[in-house]
Write a protein that binds this ligand. Structure first.
Ligand code: URA
Length: 269
């Protein structure tokens, strides 16, 4: 166990794991197996981990604790983005969130960026991670049907009928675990800037994580259907479609909230 693995053995072991059905990494940060192999294992020593690379860090000058905290760095990167393409590039270059290293793709947005309504979901799941687009799995298909019921669609060409969709987190958390408060805090400046640049009239906060990021509080059962303000815009909290799949009885409230959204759009187009 203490000898370093040669590349052929490492590849064979990897293929063996894939054959056994391991299809994805489940840790928050990658494990450096080469370092493990060089370090004699002790019964209770934790596995060696790669330090998270930091933006601007070089091999000769590793990142120190004196560096900006991730939220400050995120704020500066997001504020410097002059349009949505810049923001996507800034997010792709943001290296302070470990989720990035376990994700297959950055999930930035989908839909028509001119839309009057911007939906902010929670985080990509497996399908979104594979395709690099938000809400494309089961919950996404339900979301599309919900929008269709009020004459809206993410691919509508006219801004009047379109929606624009993003998530609080652009990278899939391992095993779809809940985002951690520090992950929400460091990615929030990007969501804030995303809303500023897309400039929708209304924002929909899908589920508790989205309410946490946008309003600083959870409790979707109480918050849903009540207009609030998030990212400087009128915002409507709604049940997340994944919740509706598990609790079909709550579709009645979701329908009421969709009608509320439609009514608000008709008030002042
Ligand atoms: N749930 C979300 O909140 N966002 C997605 O993109 C997919 C599922």
């Amino acid at each position: 166990m203490e000898s370093a693995l040669d590349p052929h053995t490492a590849k064979a072991l990897l293929e063996w794991q894939i054959e056994l059905g391991a299809t994805e990494a489940i840790g928050d940060v990658p494990v450096n197996r080469y370092a493990d192999a060089r370090t004699p294992a002790t019964a209770d020593a934790p596995p060696a981990r790669e330090p998270a690379p930091r933006a601007g860090a070089t091999a000769a000058a590793p990142a120190q604790d004196t560096e900006d905290d991730p939220v400050t760095e995120a704020r500066a990167a997001a504020a410097a983005a002059g349009d949505l393409a810049d923001l996507r590039t800034a997010l792709a270059a943001f290296d302070r969130c470990d989720l990035k290293r376990g994700a297959r793709n950055l999930v930035f947005a989908d839909g028509n960026a001119q839309a009057r309504v911007m939906i902010v979901g929670e985080a990509p799941g497996r399908d979104e991670d594979m395709q690099g687009k938000p809400f494309v799995g089961r919950a996404g298909r339900l979301l599309d049907r919900m929008l269709e019921a009020i004459g809206m669609a993410r691919d509508a060409e006219s801004a009047e009928h379109a929606v624009y969709i993003t998530n609080v987190l652009p990278w899939r958390p391992p095993q779809n675990r809940d985002p951690k408060p520090e992950e929400i805090a460091m990615l929030r400046p990007f969501v804030q800037r995303h809303v500023e640049l897309a400039a929708p009239r209304l924002v929909v906060l899908m589920g508790n994580i989205s309410c946490q990021a946008g309003l600083g509080r959870r409790g979707i059962t109480r918050l849903r259907g009540q207009w609030a303000e998030a990212y400087g815009r009128p915002a409507l909290p709604m049940f997340h479609p994944a919740y509706l799949l598990r609790n079909p009885g709550a579709k009645r409230e979701a329908w009421a909230d969709l009608l509320e959204l439609q009514a608000r759009l008709r008030e002042a187009p």
